[in-house]
Design a protein. Structure first.
Length: 266
C-alpha cells in the first residue's frame, strides 16, 4: 500500500508536486518538483527520507526544484529518455519498470503530445501523468502533436477505470467550465462541478486567488464520464465541435484537435 501526498507549488501556476510513500516506511519518491522549498518543508516536518525524483517532462515548472534537492539529498533523478532533464541519472521509456527498495514496481508509459517525450509513472493503480491528462481536461500541445496526445489519452483509457489520476496542475474547475460548454446536458459534469464548488478556498498562502483545491486525485472512471477530451467519439461532442469548426469533421481525432484548439482560446 502506498500513501500519496500533494504539495501545492508555484503559486498561480497551480502545480502539484506529489510524494509517494510506502506504508509503514518513511522513504518517499518526489514527483515533478517544480520548486524545492515546499518539498524540503514537507520532508523535514514529517521526518521523511527522499530516495529519488521522478520527472514526467522537461518543463521548468516540473524540474526547477531538482538541482537544489539533488544537492541537498544526493538523489537519483528518473526521467523521460527523450527530453533534457537536469541531473538526470536514468533515461526511461515504456519498456522500463522501476524496482526500488520498499516500493512496488513502477511501470513507465510513453504518453507524448503535451511534450514530445512525456512519460507517466504507474504504480499500484496510481497514475502520475504530469501535464497530459488533467481533471476534466488535457495538456496543451507544447512540443507534440494532437494525434500523439489523442493516442496517449486513448492509451490511458485502457487502464482499469479505478486508476487514480494525479495531474501536474490544479486546473479542474476551469476545465469543467469548458466541459459544460461542450456538453451542457451531461449530468456527471454538472455533478462534478457542484462537488468541486464545495471545496472553494485559498489553496495556499502564496496564491491570492480564491480557487478550488484538492480536486485530485480523480479516477479514470470519472474522467471518462466528464472529460470532453476522452469523449470525442460521442455524436453530441462531435456535433458541437463541427458547429465550432464550421466544418465537417471526419473522425474523433479531428474532433479532439478542434476541442484542443478551442480550449486554448477559451
Ligand atoms: Zn508542462
Amino acid at each position: 500500500m502506498l500513501s500519496i501526498q500533494a504539495i501545492p507549488a508555484l503559486g498561480e501556476h497551480l502545480n502539484y508536486i506529489w510524494l509517494i510513500q510506502p506504508e509503514n516506511k518513511n522513504t518517499v519518491l518526489i514527483v515533478d518538483p517544480g520548486e524545492a522549498a515546499p518539498v524540503i518543508e514537507a520532508l523535514t516536518s514529517q521526518n521523511l527520507t527522499p530516495i529519488g525524483i521522478l520527472i514526467t517532462h522537461h518543463h521548468w515548472d516540473h524540474v526547477n526544484g531538482v538541482a537544489e534537492l539533488v544537492e541537498r539529498y544526493q538523489l537519483p533523478v528518473y526521467g523521460p529518455k527523450h527530453e533534457p532533464i537536469p541531473h538526470q541519472s536514468y533515461l526511461l521509456t515504456s519498456t522500463d519498470t522501476l524496482t526500488l527498495p520498499d516500493f512496488p514496481a513502477i511501470t513507465i508509459l510513453d504518453i507524448p503530445g503535451h511534450t514530445e517525450g512525456h512519460i507517466a509513472y504507474l504504480t499500484e493503480g496510481h497514475l502520475f501523468c504530469g501535464d497530459t491528462l488533467f481533471g476534466a481536461g488535457c495538456g496543451r500541445l507544447l512540443g507534440g502533436t494532437a494525434a500523439q496526445l489523442y493516442d496517449s489519452l486513448q492509451h490511458i483509457m485502457t487502464l482499469p477505470p479505478c486508476t487514480k489520476i494525479y495531474c501536474g496542475h490544479e486546473y479542474t474547475a476551469d476545465n469543467l467550465r469548458f466541459a459544460q460548454i461542450i456538453e451542457p446536458d451531461n449530468t456527471d459534469i454538472a455533478q462534478r462541478t457542484k462537488e468541486i464548488g464545495r471545496c472553494i478556498g485559498i489553496r495556499d498562502s502564496t496564491s491570492k486567488a480564491n480557487i478550488p483545491f484538492n480536486t485530485l486525485p480523480s479516477t479514470l472512471a470519472l474522467e471518462i464520464l466528464t472529460n470532453p477530451f476522452l469523449r470525442c467519439h460521442l455524436p453530441s461532442v462531435h456535433a458541437v465541435a463541427e458547429s465550432y469548426a464550421r466544418n465537417t469533421l471526419t473522425d474523433p481525432l479531428a474532433v479532439f484537435t478542434i476541442l484542443r484548439d478551442w480550449k486554448t482560446h477559451f
